[in-house]
Design a protein around this ligand. Structure first.
Ligand SMILES: *Cc1c(COP(=O)(O)O)cnc(C)c1O
Length: 423
């Protein structure tokens, strides 16, 4: 069997059947913002590997950091041992977030699990029995069971898992639009706080942009008000910045749009510049202190590969690279190009809405039946895009050049036009 045949026979892909019912493309290498296929084709990467490859692929500085670290110490258990790279990384995360206590773990979903556990522990340490969470409709927080229990029930097919999933309280998400009115949704949130606050450990939100649950951009003022309510009712605020972090919305973290500080932040995706799996949960000092001074006294979590030195070293190099670059200008330029080019999609019959912020550009279609056709057309025309449902979107590396970015949006739009003409 060729390796592609082995893949087809034995290997699961995300959100897929085995074997896959849709075509899986064989990738042999990457460079900068290009993906090279076994067939010899080159695709411009419009996805940055699901929000992670913020500097593009094979960056010499990131490659160098990993090569250096692998010679020193590829891994060491974190139980009872410390190492330089995890301290350097934690200090950076503390400086960037304004928070205090860092838990390094394997993936975004795991960091959400740890955040939920931490919130429950914190409340317990205060003598409170708060075992539920507020989450927004259209939320996406990961695929593990705890994380799934705070994802939009319809989108993540809660019904399949029956009583195995914990029940949480979902509140109406603020309307689409960076300056839209949210009076109605805030009223619903206030009522939910009044009614349920005694059971609620934390309110978990994706700040400013709800990602995989609908690519929804909303008014930062909503978050400000949510922060006030959380403080008033002693409910922790968990900001899930796994997708939005490291500049994707034009700010280092999306919470900065609302000038708020969460009690707990989860970080992942762009953390290692798309090189290795790693995430973090960062909390305020009071959260870690209250837990540590309580009867329970410890945060009961500890993945085998916690604070993996290779992942920490490449994360350190990635953050340095970001801070040394003109990332704000680069993201602003990307935003302007998305704004311009997406205009050409607005009046198409199959397009319901276009929206964008920072390095994120979104076309929402009227129906969810076109995703595969859009993907096929784009690949044929040299662009790697992976729409889901009604959403055709792109998140690009900040290093992408202007021509490639314009080509990405133009190809997305041509794909939709092509489907309109051939239906
Ligand atoms: C991707 C994502 C997660 C899950 O991260 P994984 O690394 O895929 O486990 C959680 N929350 C948000 C907002 C995400 O975008």
């Amino acid at each position: 069997m060729t390796w592609l045949e082995i893949d087809n026979e034995h290997v699961w892909h995300p959100y897929n059947s085995l074997p896959s019912k849709t075509k899986i493309l064989p990738v042999v290498s990457t460079n900068k913002t290009s993906i090279f296929l076994q067939t010899g084709e080159e695709l411009i990467d419009a996805m940055s590997s699901w929000w992670s490859a913020i500097h593009g692929y094979n960056h010499p500085k990131l490659n160098e950091a990993l090569k250096k670290q692998v010679e020193i110490m590829p891994h060491i258990m974190f139980g009872g041992l410390a190492h330089e790279q995890s301290s350097l990384l934690s200090q950076k995360l503390v400086n960037l977030t304004g928070l205090h206590s860092v838990f390094l773990c394997d993936s975004g979903s795991v960091s959400v699990e740890v955040a939920l556990k931490t919130a429950i522990l914190y409340q317990k340490a205060k003598g409170l029995k708060k075992y539920k969470f507020f989450a927004l409709e259209h939320a996406y927080h990961g695929d593990t069971l705890g994380a799934m229990s705070v994802c939009d029930p319809q989108n993540s097919m809660h019904s399949i898992y029956g009583s195995y999933l914990s029940e949480n309280i979902f509140v109406k998400a603020p309307k689409l639009g960076f300056s839209s009115d949210f009076g109605e949704e805030m009223k619903a949130l206030e009522e939910a706080f009044e009614k349920y606050h005694e059971e609620i450990a934390a309110f978990i939100v994706e700040p400013i942009v709800q990602g995989a649950g609908g690519m929804r951009i909303y008014n930062p003022e909503y978050l400000k008000k949510a922060r006030e309510l959380c403080t008033k009712y002693d409910v922790l605020l968990i900001a899930d910045e796994i997708a939005t972090g490291f500049g994707h919305t034009g700010k280092m973290f999306a919470c900065e749009w609302a000038e708020i500080k969460p009690d707990i932040m989860t970080i992942g995706k762009g953390l290692t510049g798309g090189y290795m799996t790693m995430a973090a949960m960062v909390t305020s000092r009071s959260v870690s202190e209250i837990i540590s001074n309580s009867e329970i006294g410890v945060l009961m979590h500890g993945p085998t590969f916690m604070a993996n030195p290779l992942a920490c070293s490449v994360a350190n190099a990635s953050i340095d690279l970001l801070l040394e670059s003109n990332w704000q200008d680069n993201v602003k330029n990307i935003e302007n190009i998305f704004t311009q080019e997406l205009q050409n999609a607005k009046d198409l019959k199959f397009v319901k809405d276009v929206r964008n912020i920072g390095a994120i550009g979104i076309i929402e279609l009227v129906d969810d039946c076109y995703a595969q056709k859009v993907q096929d057309y784009c690949v044929k025309n040299g662009v790697w895009i992976r729409p889901f449902g009604k959403l055709v979107y792109s998140i690009v590396a900040y290093t992408i050049n202007e021509n490639d970015l314009r080509k990405i949006v133009k190809t997305m739009i041509d794909a939709i036009k092509n489907i309109e003409e051939n239906i």
